[in-house]
Design a protein around this ligand. Sequence first.
Ligand SMILES: Cc1cc2nc3c(=O)[nH]c(=O)nc-3n(C[C@H](O)[C@H](O)[C@H](O)COP(=O)(O)OP(=O)(O)OC[C@H]3O[C@@H](n4cnc5c(N)ncnc54)[C@H](O)[C@@H]3O)c2cc1C
Length: 370
Amino acid sequence: MLDLELSPELQELQIRARKVAAEGVADYGMHTDSWINGYSKEFSKRLAEEGWIGMTWPVEHGGGGQSNLARIIMGEAMISAGAPIAASWFADRQMGPALFTYGTEDQQAEFLPGMLSGETTWCIGMSEPDAGSDLAGLKTSAVRDGDVFVVNGQKIWTSFAADADYCYLICRTSSDGPPHKGVSELIVPMNLPGIEVRPITDMTTNRHFCEVYFDDVRVPAENLVGVEGNAFKQTMAQLEHERGGIDRLVSNKPLYDRAVAAADTSDPRIRQEIARLETGYRLGRVLVYREALKQAPAGFSAATKCFCTEHQQHVADFAASVLGMEAVADDYFNRAIAYGPAYTIMGGTSDIMRNILGERVLGLPREPRP
Ligand SMILES: Cc1cc2nc3c(=O)[nH]c(=O)nc-3n(C[C@H](O)[C@H](O)[C@H](O)COP(=O)(O)OP(=O)(O)OC[C@H]3O[C@@H](n4cnc5c(N)ncnc54)[C@H](O)[C@@H]3O)c2cc1C
């Protein structure tokens, strides 16, 4: 059963990870939502030296073979300090597990070592201008032509496309049958001819978002991951895994800590709000641990994501209310607060999470599609 007592080994890991995180912040700055906004290849290489990339991957694939709990301890230390782990987090969390689960031996041999050493950065090409929540509606096409797929279309909100070496592309290889059929996953080297990346600056001045245009891009057919036309399940499994992690809970912990330090705790309303948020952190951590220990029901990561990301928005609201003018005048505070809405959008919006919860976990009747 769920046991929140950390073993001596995990306590040791926590101490070490907090120390390395503090060094990362000192060297490369403190970032809000640092697994997506804090990009430093140098720091990712440092993580690799510590064995903290792929720490839960199987040993036979070069991973650490450690528990999910160990990864949570390390991840929480990094993200709650604001340390820049974005250059390797996507590959560690998603692409590596996708490749050792569905990839060929050649793909594993070619791509996993670069992820593990922190040398390669990956982006996720999923969302399109007309296909975000309704991912099955994606139109970017990959048409087989001998030993290549020819890719055409457009992705948007692709974090790090301008820096990434590879895009893990979700695309359509067939339009026959229902929309979720005919979806495939391709590894696309970002230096192929025909790829144009246009960075987007968001309202907080972060620059990880990009539009990516594919114009007759010829991708080797051996870069197909899993079964052609049958990848929707693979993609959904990745998303389910992605949603229940510690990165959904502590991404603005540095903001919380600084807001509490600045708050007037002689005000009982502020003390009550702090108590509410402290409770939220504890409840959220229980939900995340349950996901990591595989004790949550199937599909429940939707509820975990909803709870944890809405908690992060409460933190941003709290900071805005207690910091007063400082929330506007201070560059760190105003960016961290303005970033709040992103939490319940990325990885699937709260509306979509509630649909999943209602339909798949609680078995409630489904709203008929128009
Ligand atoms: C910080 C950040 C990083 C991101 N990084 C990436 C990335 O690296 N790669 C990538 O591919 N994408 C990325 N995204 C995009 C993200 O996955 C999408 O924004 C998200 O899935 C929502 O899609 P959308 O923006 O098209 O909104 P839409 O799907 O158009 O939704 C608009 C509104 O309608 C609501 N809605 C839609 N459908 C339903 C429904 N069936 N029931 C109820 N309500 C509904 C939504 O909840 C939302 O409020 C990122 C987003 C953010 C904020």
